[in-house]
Ligand binder design. Sequence first.
Ligand code: ZN
Length: 330
Amino acid sequence: MSVMNVRLPRPLSRRRLISTTAVAATTVLGLTALSACSTSTAADGKNSDGKLDVVASFYPMQYLAERIGGSHVSVTNLTEPGQEPHDLEVSAQQRARIEQAGVALYLKGLQPSVDEAISQSEIGTKVDAASLTSLEKHGSEVGGHAEEHDHDHGDEQGSDPHIWLDPVKYSEVAEGVGKALEKADPDHAADYKKNTAALVADLGKLNTAFEDGLKNTDSKVFITTHAAFGYLAERYGLTEEAISGLDPESEPSAARVKDLQKMAKADGVTTVFYETLVSDKTAKTLAGDAHLKTDVLDPLEGITKKSKGEDYLQVMRSNLAALQKALGAK
Ligand SMILES: [Zn+2]
């Protein structure tokens, strides 16, 4: 099946454009080319049952679309449950699916293949979540600790796309998505507004729970596998030490692992966090060598049966509980 995942070469996509023109000409001639297009979306972005057709790039985008769109939208997630989203390659089939949608909701910078497919598509409403809040550059060390000490990792800083793990930034994105849906489907604007307000209220409560729950802790430092929790760390006065960088596939250097072991001792770190969609091998090695516990901190890049909760809010509550335990919250 990997053959299906190769990018369409230029000449092919040009040929596709020509064939679209050919179909249009056929229709003008009065031939019934319509049956082949019955699943495609009308000019208003709605599918045959009148729902706004939304393509979401990965789980946190799907959650926003479903919460805000409610019963007026039909949401397709491009990232399969259990699939690690960073390295998703958009298939030819998915490209065709994207072309049919009325709205694309994605996060530029997280999935290059999705960025490319959406920018090439002629979809009516393209919503880039990254443009609805502010992004920062983060390395594998984020938070107060990184400024206090001068650890030299030769660490590369990249623009950090993991905004959904900060309830405040995620809430900003939710407001923007709500406005985009109101514009794309004015008939249901009042419902989108109401649903957005309910979601923003939920995220506000979640933010308060994190603020209160992490105010008094023995330690402020936590170790994770990939650097997904930088915004969360900054929001609640913690320091994230990631074993690898912003991309879960990157391998840590031996020097980085040694440095982390030293730091764990100095900062009273009790736990090395790993996640559900990525191998826990490095985390377990590090924890074993440094006599630390391991636990799950879920970056919510996908929801599966293994997730500690059924949706964004539940998994974030589990993450809070895990952090409180590991940091010794009082
Ligand atoms: Zn990530």
